[in-house]
Design a protein around this ligand. Structure first.
Ligand code: C2E
Ligand code: MG
Ligand code: MG
Ligand code: MG
Length: 290
């Protein structure tokens, strides 16, 4: 009996694994179709200047427009795409779409905004990464100063010498680089001083309890102060409450990002958002052509 029970348990186990493998294969096939049909959409989340509440740029966040399941968030397919290599074509699409959308906004008279694009480790390590990037900028007509790449600490730690070299080339090109999810990796601030980067983005997990946890408050305060001493700007992500914003403002955080200000939104919603008086206030102070 024990033997039989054991076998049943084993069967259950292998069935579970089979289900999981099947689900992943189905997802992978669906994703392949999505790549071919370009069934993705970029949503843009505004980045807010802490000094005057003006919009300084947007983070581009990819969504999969699934025919049955609706919008799927990147957490549900980016990790798989990184395993299967499908991240390559997805990233190419994201980069070009973000560049095109920024050019469109400028052409429509909304003004120039810098767009932040998340970079996967695989992309950054590809030998032709910089050539592809140049080509995307040329093809879309976006000037490099309006592009920012968000890298995670892991990308930079993996192969430091090559990574530092790539970062210098990006700086020479005029593309801004920021460290995303700062504080969640293994890095120390001391390694930052060797890297030609412009800013760090404090991870949401530290911002969450900033106003209530003495520890998180102290960590964030320390990060901001050290970053500033190294000449880096600081962005805080995941700001949902006024208390969090007030704490960050009081400690000199440069840029705010979070649901308190705006959620990620598709381009048409973003255009409507930019038409609202607050966002265009900075533009209306420019001299008027007669
Ligand atoms: P991330 O780069 O750290 O992006 C910020 C995430 O926090 C976004 O989730 C955004 O919607 C969310 N967020 C922003 N403000 C708030 C807030 O106030 N509260 C809460 N609870 N969440 C907030 P999203 O869009 O689901 O993206 C998740 C992650 O997927 C991103 O984290 C990024 O690592 C990755 N990702 C997104 N788009 C791309 C892409 O085009 N390429 C690659 N390689 N990764 C991407
Ligand atoms: Mg990011
Ligand atoms: Mg982030
Ligand atoms: Mg994050």
């Amino acid at each position: 009996r024990a033997k039989q029970k054991g076998r049943n348990a084993w069967e259950c186990f292998t069935n579970d694994i089979n289900d999981e493998v099947r689900a992943r294969m189905a997802l992978r096939n669906d994703l392949q179709e999505a790549i071919e049909a370009e069934n993705f959409e970029l949503h843009y989340q505004p980045l807010i200047d802490a000094r005057n509440d003006s919009v300084v740029g947007f983070e581009a966040l990819v969504r999969w427009k699934h025919p049955v399941k609706g919008y799927l968030s990147p957490g549900l397919f980016i990790p798989l795409a990184e395993d299967t290599g499908q991240i390559g074509p997805i990233s190419e699409w994201v980069l070009r779409q973000a560049c095109r959308d920024m050019c469109l906004l400028a052409a429509q008279g909304f003004g120039h905004y810098r767009v932040s694009v998340n970079l996967s480790p695989l992309q950054f390590r590809r030998p032709n990464f910089l050539v592809n990037l140049q080509q995307a900028l040329l093809e879309t007509g976006l000037s490099p100063e309006w592009l920012e790449l968000e890298l995670t600490e892991g990308i930079l730690m993996a192969d430091t010498a090559a990574a530092v070299d790539t970062l210098h080339r990006l700086r020479d090109m005029g593309v801004e680089v920021s460290i995303d999810d700062f504080g969640t990796g293994f890095s120390s601030l001391s390694y930052l001083k060797q890297l030609p980067i412009g800013k760090i983005k404090i991870d949401r997990s530290f911002v969450r309890d900033i106003a209530t946890s003495r520890h998180d408050g102290a960590i964030v305060q320390g990060i901001i102060s050290m970053a500033h001493h190294l000449g880096l700007a600081v962005v805080a992500e995941g700001i949902e409450e006024t208390e969090q914003r007030d704490f960050l403002a009081a400690h000199g955080c440069d840029v705010f990002q979070g649901f308190l200000f705006a959620r990620p939104m598709p381009l048409d919603k973003l255009q409507a958002y930019l038409r609202k008086p607050k966002a265009v206030a900075q533009v209306s102070s420019l001299p008027i052509d007669r």
